[in-house]
Design a protein around this ligand. Structure first.
Ligand code: KG4
Ligand code: ZN
Length: 339
């Protein structure tokens, strides 16, 4: 069969998403972001599962409608098997397994982190080029910070990751200290544009190899603020732009230093970035600079495919379909799930 229609659902964290693909082409990608977590300043797992339960049917309905097909046209269904929040994962897992059973079509379990890495291969009007193998995959989001050597569609090796907080978590937690609403990443990015990145110096951790640590940076910001606020209660208000710029400068430096090191070690000059934090303009500028200096080929997908979405699950499912890498109904959700 030449045209394969796949429905994929992603529910690993706080976004409920469904996508329909015709081969590697995106026909639809619907994302319902859960607003409920904002007032808690972070994702509340129990509330996330409940919201997925409410969202999953309307989101799938919309995805099918937008794609202009019905359930009967589908050749396979896919879900995110892990990693993620167990209660959240279970929603897509149970739903898609039932759908596979009732439609009598193949079931495909997908690793969320592979989704971030292969999102570069989704074809649509905004993304035509994809990286050549092997490439260095960099996944940076609120939940992950990973450097991965990607040899082909199925062969991937994690060569560095965070030992504590994810980079997006550092943006969100430091933003909270600066009095910004959750998630603070985009606002830090905006405020940093008007600030001096060299005004304050924050600690850069000494982590071996290609691994990362971002909790030290967070603590360094915390102690610094506590000291300064004692002297001047309005310190944050008066220095907000410089604080954001200096924090962002340090976080970007920690990240890009390791990318450089990884590129040198692996001799790979194709760098493919993904995850919500890749929206950050500081990271984009620095990478552009490094790319020119070092002759790198840098890929960043459209923002729609950087944040959590089902399109990235569908593209992995399509590659798996081609090789008949199917799951069966005993396939369980896995909160911890290696690439
Ligand atoms: O990929 P994502 O939507 O969700 C997961 O964590 O999986 O990423 C969300 C993260 C949040 O931490 C948010 O603050 C961060 O991405 N983020 C940014 C920017 N836009 C989103 N961080 C820095 N600068 C941005 N422009
Ligand atoms: Zn993610």
């Amino acid at each position: 069969k030449k045209e394969i229609f796949i429905l994929a659902v992603e529910s690993s964290c706080d976004d409920t998403s469904a996508a329909v693909f015709k081969n590697e082409h995106k026909l639809s990608n619907i994302v319902s972001t859960q607003e409920i977590h904002e007032i808690y300043g972070g994702v509340v797992p129990e509330l996330a599962s409940r919201a997925h339960q409410q969202n999953i049917v309307p989101v799938i309905d919309q995805a099918l409608k937008k794609a202009g097909i019905t359930l009967q046209d589908l050749d396979a269904v896919a879900f995110t098997k892990g990693p993620g929040l167990m209660g959240s994962l279970l929603v897509a897992n149970s739903f898609i397994k039932s759908l596979s059973l009732s439609l009598n079509i193949p079931l495909i379990g997908v690793n969320h982190m592979q989704g971030h890495l292969l999102a570069h291969f989704i074809k649509d009007e905004n993304q035509e080029n994809s990286p050549d193998f092997p490439f260095l995959g960099v996944t940076i989001s609120g939940g992950h910070t990973q450097l991965v050597k990607v040899t082909n569609h199925f062969e991937m090796e994690v060569i560095g990751e965070t030992l504590d907080d994810a980079i997006g978590e550092a943006f969100d937690k430091c933003g909270k200290m600066f009095g910004l609403p959750y998630p603070a990443g985009p606002e830090i990015d905006q405020l940093a544009k008007e600030g001096n990145p060299k005004k304050f110096v924050f600690a850069k951790p000494q982590v071996k190899n290609l691994d990362f640590s971002f909790s030290g940076l967070k603590t360094s910001v915390l102690y610094f603020l506590q000291r300064e606020i004692k002297k001047n209660p309005d310190f944050i208000k008066e220095n907000l732009n410089d604080l954001c710029a200096s924090f962002q400068y340090t976080a970007v430096k920690i990240l890009t230093d390791k990318i450089k090191k990884a590129s040198q070690q692996t001799q790979i000059k194709t760098i493919a970035i993904g995850g919500g934090v890749s929206a950050n303009s500081g990271i984009r500028e620095k990478l552009k600079e490094d790319a020119e200096k070092r002759d790198w080929n840098v890929f960043i997908p459209p923002f729609e495919y950087c944040t959590d979405n089902a399109a990235m699950i569908a593209i992995v499912a399509y590659f798996k379909y081609k090789y008949s890498y199917f799951s069966d109904l005993t396939s369980i959700a896995q909160a911890r799930f290696k690439i």
